[in-house]
Design a protein around this ligand. Structure first.
Ligand code: ADP
Ligand code: MG
Length: 591
């Protein structure tokens, strides 16, 4: 057995670097948090190669005095915790671990100047070796430059993903901090491109700026108090969902978090009004007395422990349900004449739902309080007859799924087979599956057939999304989706897969961008193809809530019979339920 010995400080720092700084985005987070803690009013972040080669964070905050500079890069040295009180933590950093950890793994240079200093000072740390403090030039505030991330820990370096993926993570981190601090101006540049340049602004303006144009036009305010817990913010109407949770901003006491309790609460609140698998768009700000939470749970400090988790859940769900169920009430009561359903009622509530969640929506409408009498009358126009019965239906013995006899709730096709089996088809799920199979088959045969758009369509994205889509342009073309760069972060759409009919290109491409972003650069192409085909199929499918003609319903049944793997939709939900005669007899106790 070897003797026990203490690890050198440098080794400890490298181990900590692996825990605290697992990728460039983690360093970006620590550096921006330090700038916020220093009282900055303006913070700039610039990344090269997703931050792997270079990270620069500049602030106009309090700066570090020359004498303190060597301490700043020493482990467990912090100016933020003087009485060992880990409960009442007001600042973002508090372990004094970030700078030494970064300095152990990378090359770190800090230039800083306090307001009363005659000039700036600078210190370098490279692979754990701390240099001397030197005079430098620079404005009041601090500039931290990190180069060659993980050059001193090559094993870590191997785990870094493609620069685009690292950039995406860093962008998410800066966006989240920018959301939490609207009164601070934030600029983010990636590979020389400005991703955003936000002035100090109100919370509402910051939310609109970060949530993206499509959601910003349909934001519902949230405001709710429950005991000592308070929540405010904005949520997008159910018509503006995303494929991933990337557009869910959660801020607790000024700290961006990814807390599972909060995420689940958001999902539960939206459950009845958005399609399964879709993600709501929200920016929520919670104020919780600090003794009600413990932030020291996770080294990256993004997870919290709520003393009263159930209370927080109730707060979030109550607030969101309020905002979702009475979208126009206050506005309408104060200005009755200004009421227009199209501007205030989420489009999901309008007579022709376009997002495939008609049944859930009618439930939500009927659940609205009776005081909304006028709306109820209006919204009842959207009500669907329980069933439309077809006058003539003759099942042929050759057709196991039978003949359509009714369309129920404009969502399900009810059919009867020649042998007496009852068949229920979810029209959207089934059509989606068929479209998926058709696209996949065409792809395997050499390329998906395309349908050029009469007018090419221009869609705006975030620079990251645009770059990601364009870098996959070759693959997307094989899937029948022809796109081109169109200056800035816009993408020109020339053609869509013919099998999709005539979908709106903007939400379709946005979903594909989300999907590609979620998967990152290292996912195998085959997996990506399948996921993209699933997205395409979803957009090209007959929606729930669409009335179908008898011939169309029968055609759907015939296609389902001849398509392998047709009994589950692309998301794994069933597409067809069949009750055979013997199952019916068993259920009714006839045998
Ligand atoms: P922590 O933030 O947990 O205190 P860090 O290693 O991140 O630990 O930073 C160490 C110390 O360096 C901080 O406590 C703070 O005094 C100082 N410091 C770091 N970054 C800045 C900055 N941008 N402006 C002013 N002071 C800073
Ligand atoms: Mg810190």
């Amino acid at each position: 057995m070897k003797r026990i010995r203490l690890l050198s400080e440098n080794t400890v720092n490298r181990i900590a670097a692996g825990e605290v700084i697992e990728r460039p985005a983690a360093a970006v987070k620590e550096l921006v948090e330090n700038a916020i803690d220093a009282g900055a009013t303006r913070i700039g972040v610039a990344l090269v190669e997703g931050g792997i080669t270079r990270i620069e964070v500049t602030d106009d905050g309090a700066g570090i005095a020359a004498d303190d500079l060597p301490l700043a890069v020493q482990r467990h040295a912090t100016s933020k915790l003087d009485d060992e009180d880990l409960v009442q933590i007001a600042t973002l950093g508090f372990r004094g671990e970030a700078l030494p950890s970064i300095g152990a793994a990378a090359r770190l240079a800090i230039t800083s100047r306090t307001a009363d200093a005659a000039h700036a000072v600078m210190i370098r740390v490279e692979g754990g070796r701390v240099g001397a403090v030197e005079p430098a030039s620079g404005a009041p505030g601090t500039r931290v430059i990190v180069t060659d991330m993980f050059f001193a820990t090559p094993a870590r370096r191997k785990f870094l993903k493609h620069p685009r993926t690292e950039a995406d993570h860093a962008e998410a981190v800066v966006s989240r901090l920018a959301m939490a601090w609207p009164n601070i101006a934030f600029r983010l540049q990636i590979e020389g491109r400005t991703v955003f340049d936000l002035p100090a602004q109100t919370m509402a303006d910051r939310v609109a700026a970060l949530l993206g144009d499509d959601a910003a036009n349909a934001l519902l305010p949230v405001e709710h108090t429950r005991g000592s817990l308070h929540i405010s913010g904005f949520i997008a109407s159910p018509a503006h969902t995303r494929a991933t949770s990337a557009m869910q901003y959660l801020v607790v006491n000024g700290r961006p978090v990814t807390d599972p309790v909060l995420r689940t609460s958001v999902r539960v609140a939206y459950r009845d009004v958005i399609a399964p698998g879709r993600q709501p768009v929200v920016a929520l700000f919670l104020d919780i007395p600090s003794e009600e939470l413990d932030v020291n749970v996770h080294p990256a400090k993004t997870e919290l422990r709520f003393r009263d988790g159930a209370g927080v859940r109730a707060l979030v769900i109550g607030a969101l349900r309020n905002a979702l169920l009475v979208p126009a009430q206050a506005e309408d009561i104060s200005h009755p004449s200004s009421y227009t359903p199209t501007s205030h009622v989420p489009s999901a509530w309008r007579p022709t739902p376009s997002h495939g969640y008609a049944p859930a929506v009618s439930r939500a409408v009927h659940g609205a309080p009776p005081s909304l009498g006028m709306h109820e009358a209006r919204l009842d126009l959207a009500a669907t007859p329980a069933a439309r019965i077809l006058p003539e239906a003759t099942p042929s013995p050759d057709h196991p799924l039978g003949a359509a006899v009714a369309q129920v709730l404009d969502t399900y096709v009810l059919a009867v087979a020649a042998d007496g089996a009852l068949v229920i088809v979810d029209q959207h799920a089934a059509h989606e599956r068929l479209t998926h199979e058709e696209l996949a088959a065409q792809y395997v045969e050499g390329g998906v057939r395309t349908q050029p758009l009469l007018l090419p369509s221009v869609v705006e994205f975030s620079p990251g999304d645009a770059a990601r889509l364009l870098s996959h342009a070759g693959t997307l073309e094989k899937l029948g989706l022809e796109i081109e760069e169109f200056g800035g972060s816009a993408v020109l759409v020339r053609a869509l897969p013919a099998a999709l009919g005539n979908p709106d290109p903007a939400p379709l491409l946005r979903d594909i961008a989300d999907e590609l972003g979620e998967m990152g650069e290292t996912v195998a192409l085959a997996t990506k193809l399948d996921a993209v085909i699933a997205r395409l199929a979803c957009h090209g499918s007959i929606r729930a809530g669409r009335k179908m003609a008898q011939a169309e319903m029968d055609a759907l049944l015939r296609q389902l019979e001849t398509t392998p793997r047709a009994t589950t939709c692309s998301h794994g939900r069933p597409t067809v339920l069949k009750l055979s005669r013997s199952e019916l007899e068993r259920m009714f106790g006839r045998t």
